[in-house]
Design a protein. Structure first.
Length: 345
C-alpha cells in the first residue's frame, strides 16, 4: 500500500478558475452569435463563411481547460510514499481514559466538564513529540476510541467526535476503563506506560482500585484527574427544546459532586498522582510534566519515509493537450470537407 499526498495542496484552489473561464467562454459564444444575427441574414452569412466550425472551438476550449487542470494539479506536486520505514523514537505510551457519562455535562467547570477536558487533552497532544497516545471513552462500559498511535492529527480528530452519546450505557465504570487500557498498550513493548483517568469519579460500578493495582503490577502508572468542584453542580438536559436539569424520581434536581477520595485511592494504588481540575486549570500539564520524568524508551514505528514526486506526468499530459489544441484549427479543413465516405461511385 502506498500513501498519496500533495506537497502544496493549496495550489489546488487554482482549479476554481476553470468553471469561471467556462462561464466566460459560454458568454462570449452567446455574444458572438447575437452579433452575427444583427449583422445580416444567417443563411447568407453561412454561405459566405463555409469553413466556420461550431464544434471545433468548443473542443479546443475543452482541451485547453483540461491542460490547465493538469498543470494546476502538477504544480500542487502529487507524491506517492514509496518506502515504508521503521523509525526508532524515544518516548512513553499514554492512554487517556475519558469519562463521557451525563454527569460530565455539569457546568461547574466552564463550559462543562467534558468540553473542558477535551480542550485540555487537545493542548496536551500539541505538546507531544515522540510519545504514543491512545484514547478510551467510558461510562457504564468502556470502549477504545483511538488505538495507541503517534498520529496526533488522528488523535485530535477522534477527540472532536467524543460526546456523552458515544457510550450507550450510563454509569462510571472506571475499573473497566483501566482494564481495557492495560490491554491496549503495544504488546510486548518495554516502553514506560501511563494511564490518565479523567472523570468526576461518581457512581463507579466496579473495583477501580483493584484494577489500578493490577496496572501497577504490570509496570503501568495510573494517574487521575478529578473533573468538578466539591460543592457539585446540576446536570443540564434538554426536554422539548428547552434546557432543564436532571431530576430524580421525586422530581428533585440531581447534584453531581466530585468523588475525590476514590480518585485519590485509585492514583495511590496505581503509583500515580491525583490532580483536581478547576476553572483555572485542568491538571493535564502537571501530569504531562510528571510523565515526562519517566525514563524514555526506544519505540519502533512504521512511517512512509520517502515521497516521490509525480508532477512530471501531469505536466507531460498537460503539454500534450496544449500541443493538440494548437494543432487543431478552429475552421473546417477544406480538403476533408470534400471527402464523402458514403457517396455512390
Amino acid at each position: 500500500m502506498e500513501m498519496f499526498r500533495f506537497a502544496h495542496i493549496e495550489f489546488l484552489w487554482g482549479l476554481l478558475i476553470i468553471p469561471l473561464l467556462a462561464l466566460f467562454f459560454i458568454w462570449a459564444r452567446f455574444a458572438r452569435k447575437q452579433a452575427l444575427k444583427r449583422f445580416g441574414n444567417q443563411q447568407i452569412i453561412k454561405e459566405l463563411m463555409p469553413f466556420v466550425s461550431k464544434s471545433r472551438p468548443i473542443f479546443k476550449f475543452f482541451l485547453l481547460m483540461l491542460a490547465l487542470a493538469f498543470f494546476i494539479v502538477g504544480a500542487a506536486r502529487p507524491q506517492f510514499g514509496s518506502k515504508l520505514k521503521k523509525l526508532t523514537r524515544e518516548g512513553v505510551e499514554i492512554i487517556i481514559a475519558l469519562d463521557v457519562s451525563n454527569s460530565m455535562l455539569a457546568e461547574d467547570i466552564q463550559p462543562n466538564r467534558l468540553e473542558r477536558a477535551k480542550r485540555a487533552i487537545s493542548r496536551m497532544v500539541d505538546r507531544m513529540k515522540d510519545d504514543k497516545i491512545g484514547l478510551i471513552v467510558f461510562a457504564g462500559e468502556a470502549y477504545t476510541q483511538l488505538p495507541i498511535t503517534t498520529d496526533y492529527n488522528s488523535a485530535k480528530l477522534f477527540l472532536d467526535a467524543v460526546n456523552t452519546q458515544i457510550v450507550p450505557r450510563q454509569g462510571t465504570a472506571i475499573g473497566a476503563a483501566i482494564n481495557l487500557a492495560i490491554r491496549s498498550f503495544t504488546p510486548g513493548g518495554e516502553t514506560n506506560k501511563a494511564i490518565v483517568i479523567i472523570t468526576d469519579g461518581e457512581n463507579h460500578e466496579d473495583d477501580p482500585v483493584a484494577a489500578a493495582q493490577e496496572a501497577a503490577k504490570n509496570g503501568i502508572f495510573v494517574h487521575t484527574i478529578g473533573m468538578g468542584l466539591p460543592q457539585g453542580s446540576p446536570i443540564p438536559v434538554v426536554r422539548n427544546g428547552q434546557t432543564d436539569y436532571m431530576r430524580d424520581n421525586d422530581g428533585n434536581v440531581v447534584i453531581t459532586k466530585l468523588d475525590e477520595p476514590t480518585l485519590e485511592e485509585i492514583a495511590a494504588a496505581g503509583n500515580g498522582i491525583y490532580v483536581r481540575a478547576n476553572n483555572a486549570q485542568i491538571g493535564l500539564n502537571t501530569l504531562f510534566d510528571e510523565i515526562n520524568k519517566m525514563q524514555k524508551e526506544e519505540m519502533e514505528t512504521l512511517v512512509y519515509s520517502e515521497y516521490d514526486d509525480q508532477f512530471q506526468y501531469f505536466f507531460a499530459i498537460g503539454l500534450f493537450l496544449l500541443l493538440l489544441e494548437f494543432i487543431i484549427l478552429e475552421r473546417k479543413n477544406r480538403y476533408l470537407m470534400k471527402v464523402n465516405l458514403f457517396s455512390a461511385k
